[in-house]
Structures are given as C-alpha cells and as structure tokens.
Design a protein around this ligand. Sequence first.
Ligand SMILES: O=P(O)(O)OC[C@H]1O[C@H](OP(=O)(O)OP(=O)(O)O)[C@H](O)[C@@H]1O
Ligand SMILES: NC(=O)CC[C@H](N)C(=O)O
Ligand code: SF4
Ligand SMILES: [Mg+2]
Length: 478
Amino acid sequence: MAAPHVTDDVPHDECGVFGIFAPGEEVSKLVYLGLFALQHRGQESTGMAVSNGYRTMVFKDMGLVSQVFNESALNSLTGYLAIGHDRYSTTGSSEWSNAQPTYRELPGDGRRKGGLSLAHNGNLTNTNELSAWLEERTGEQLLKYEMDSTNDTQLVTALLASYGNDIDAGLAEVLPRLAGAFSLVLMTEKKLWAARDRHGVRPLVLGKFGDGWVLASETCALDIIGAQFVREIAPGEIIRVDEDGIHSSTFAKPEPKGCIFEYVYLARPDSVIADRQVQMVRERIGRQLAIEHPVDADMVMATPASGVPGAIGYAKQSGIEYGTGLVKNAYIGRTFIQPTQTMRQLGIKMKLNPIPEAIKGKRLVIVDDSIVRGNTQRAIIKMLRQAGAKEVHVRISSPPVTWPCYYGIDFSTREELIAPDKTTEQIAREIGADTLGYVSLDGMAECVDLPKSQLCAACFSGNYPIQIPSHAPRACGD
Ligand SMILES: O=P(O)(O)OC[C@H]1O[C@H](OP(=O)(O)OP(=O)(O)O)[C@H](O)[C@@H]1O
Ligand SMILES: NC(=O)CC[C@H](N)C(=O)O
Ligand code: SF4
Ligand SMILES: [Mg+2]
C-alpha cells in the first residue's frame, strides 16, 4: 500500500533521481514525468517527496511509476519543491521499507518540525564504518548489524539528520566520509540540494525550468519536461537551491572515474553524458566490434532494446544488411535489473519473440551490449535456432564481465557471472553460439573517447578505482 507521510507543522524550513525547485508551479506531475523518463534506471519501487514550503509529503510504493502514481495521488501531492526516485536495489532488499525517497524528521525549533527527504543513485562501500559512526554520534543502530544488510541510503539520511536543521554542515562533514558512489538529491521544506561523489561514478545533471531549477540522473528527464540542460554536477560538488538562488560548493577534490557501463547499457541512448551522446557512443562501439570480430553472414540483428545501436554500428561497418529478427513486447521493461534470477529469466520469455520468416536459413550476427549472467543470450540463441537460423554469431559491445560491481549495479558476486575463468570458446558453447566475439576494453574505451584514467571499468578489468567493501574479492595481483 502506498504510504503518504505528512509532516504537518508550519514553517520550517542507479536508480534514477530527480529534483525540482520551481516556485509558483505545482511540480508533482513534472516529477512523475521525470521519473517516467528515468524508469530504465530502476523498476522495483518509486516515490517522491513534495513540499509546499511548510510541510513535506512522501509517497512511495513498490512497482513502476505508472503503477504507483495516479491522477488523484499526484493532485494531492501539492507543492513547488520535490525530489523523486526510481529504485534498482543494490544494498538492502527490494521492499517497501527500502524504497526512496527516505525521510527523517529533523529536530526543528519548538513546534516547527521539519523533515529531510533524500534520494540516492549509487552504492556505498563503507556501510560498516558508517553504521559505527552513526552509533557513535547518536547511539542509534539503524538495522540489526550484519554485513551488507544495512541500506546505504538510510544510513546517509540518518547521518545527515543527526546534524539537525544545519544540512549544509551535515553535508560538509558526512559527504567526505562516504566511500563508493553517490549521486544524491535531498530536500527540506524550503531547500533543495544535490551532491555527486568525487569520482562522478553515476551521472547527475542540472537544468533550468523557467525561473526554477531541475536536477536529474540523465538529460532525457530534462527533455521530457522541457527544461534546458545547464551543466553536469561536478564530481565532489554540492549544489543548494533556495529562494536566494543557486549556490555551489566543493566537498572533495574531483578525481573522475565515470562508470563506462552507463555508456554501454545503463543510460538511455538519447541522454548525453560528459558531452557524449550515448546512442553515438554505442554505434561507434558496434563499428569497432565489426573491425575486431568480422564474420561472413547474411544479416546483422540486434538484441532489443539496448543492443540496437551497437547492431546498427556493426552493420554499417561490415556492410552486412541490418534486419529485425526479434520483436520486443513494448509493454515490458528491462530484465537484467529485475531483483531475482527467476524474474529475469521469465522476463526474457515475455519480452522477446523471433520472426521466423526473417531469420530462417540465414547466417545471423546477433549483437548485444553485454553478457552478464548469460540469461539473455542463452534464451535468444535457443529461440533463433528453433526458428530456423542456420548459424548464430554473437557479437558483444563490451568485454566479458568478470568482476562484481560495488558502485550501483547489482552483480555483487563472481559466481553469478557467466564469464569468469572461462575462455570465449567455452562461453560460446555454454550459450549455444557458433562463434562469439567481445569488443576489447581498449576498443570500447576509445569509442567513449575519454581518458581511461577517468573511467571505471572494474567489472571488466578487476581494477577497482574506488574503495570496495572489506569482504569483497579482489582481482589477482591486487
Ligand atoms: O547476460 P544477462 O545477464 O542476460 O544480462 C545482459 C542483458 O541484460 C540487458 O538487457 P535488459 O533486458 O535488461 O534491457 P534492455 O531491454 O535495455 O536491453 C543487456 O542489454 C543484455 O541484453
Ligand atoms: N541502484 C542504485 O542506485 C541503488 C541505490 C541504493 N544503493 C539502494 O540500494 O537503494
Ligand atoms: S564496476 Fe562496472 S558497472 Fe560498476 S561502476 Fe565500474 S564500470 Fe560501472
Ligand atoms: Mg538487453
């Protein structure tokens, strides 16, 4: 059940995140649109906190944006200042209590109580230390202490709330002590903040909306409400928006390590990250893939949806005709970001269906952006063979994923990945492909066209540029 949380006092003050400060506007419908545009970043739960300057209402529930919010819910969420979140769980299970935005009451003065609402994309890697620090500061144990079971976002909210109404002081002390990845938006009844970890692992952008300001994980969420892109929030930067305007400060020296997987899979192709149009990066990687792994074939086809730009690039470079061999059900989202293996496997069956006439008797090149657990390619190749494909040559627009991600993508053990300790031929046999080719790490990074030193590619290389949890496995030689 959706649970509105209302603080009713008078004045006081990867997942996808969204924030807006637009005096004179009713913003809940704009937040809805922004969250809708960011749905590809998280499909498990969604929510928003909205303030009219005096009190905050938080409304969140399990499910998609279109399932959780309806007209009457949006009409009841009145106010000009809001944040929102689409969740894809990485730390803390997929359940209502971990849905975001998180909310904490602040002490306030007298009856003027207020609250802190916060939404987080990323994943923290020192939750043990942070739990201990919270206990030291407040005597509070957030959850029964257990490795990995403390929701990282709740910890940040509790730590910041322990500074009372002085959120700026809290941010200045708490943010430098967070390890891992975080793109945050947070608000009290009158002010909106955003902050990005010093590595800028996850994207976060600033836009202008009339006289107001918007924050969003990706530029596609600015486009949908007609906001103008202003700039990215810099790694290590804090932005505050209030009635006096916008204010920027720095809490740490930037050391960029943007997630390369955003370009490969996570972000929407119509978004722009670090001045790079994601669609164009993916097409370039497809071209590179054709150069590195050519094959004689009759048709190049994509694994919908994220494999499409790479397949276009592969077809253009190879000169092999591009065709559609699989139809995607338009009413189903991403399968990889589902929280359980059963849901991921079922999802693929519901999502993709072959077109036998288009593929029968053909030598196919099937392009996808990545193979992680192998669910998608295993299922698709079976479908294509049953539909009469003569040969199936799989080409992948990223190198083998061989190491877990601790910075906001949910593959946290090596055991769940298909590629570790296997040759490409072994993986090809396991998924049932005639041949398999992965683009090289250098080739992929060149297509992103940023210095390798400014990117995280740890899930491909095992070289973690940012602290990982103390219990995590390390790459050989580390
Ligand atoms: O090897 P796996 O474990 O199956 O994971 C990789 C697959 O998952 C993703 O697709 P997804 O269905 O999530 O989203 P998409 O529709 O954007 O391609 C990705 O694009 C690959 O197809
Ligand atoms: N994918 C994410 O950004 C997840 C955010 C946060 N770590 C959570 O699990 O809720
Ligand atoms: S480990 Fe992989 S998915 Fe995680 S932040 Fe680095 S590049 Fe991105
Ligand atoms: Mg896919």
